[in-house]
Write a protein that binds this ligand. Structure first.
Ligand code: ZN
Ligand code: ZN
Length: 107
């Protein structure tokens, strides 16, 4: 039996930790783990599985990446908030992350 221990955080946004969330590219190694909400929210991001796995190009190595393309970042944050809220609700999201990332919503 080949057990391989992985420290990669779980994600509620995708099942396959070896595929880029944006382009679906399979990477047997070297894929990047991205915390959707960083800074002070990084621990909560990890705790609740609001992380994505990305190829370097879509992570932070191009203008077409979640770190350098504000639209991609915003879309990903809104998507992650929705996924969180499906599980825990909006109030809990605000309690954990303190900001609404879904545009057009008045809270
Ligand atoms: Zn990619
Ligand atoms: Zn990142």
């Amino acid at each position: 039996m080949g057990f391989s221990y992985s420290k990669k955080p779980n994600s509620i946004l995708q099942d396959d930790k070896k595929r880029c969330f944006v382009c679906g590219k399979y990477m047997s190694h070297g894929i990047h783990c991205h915390h959707v909400f960083g800074g002070a929210n990084r621990p909560a991001s990890e705790k609740f599985g609001l992380v994505t796995y990305l190829c370097p190009y879509h992570h932070n190595m191009s203008d077409n990446s979640v770190h350098f393309n504000p639209k991609m970042r915003d879309n990903l944050q809104a998507y992650a908030q929705r996924k969180f809220e499906e599980l825990y609700g909006h109030e809990e999201f605000m309690r954990q992350f303190h900001k609404n990332y879904i545009k057009g919503r008045d809270e």
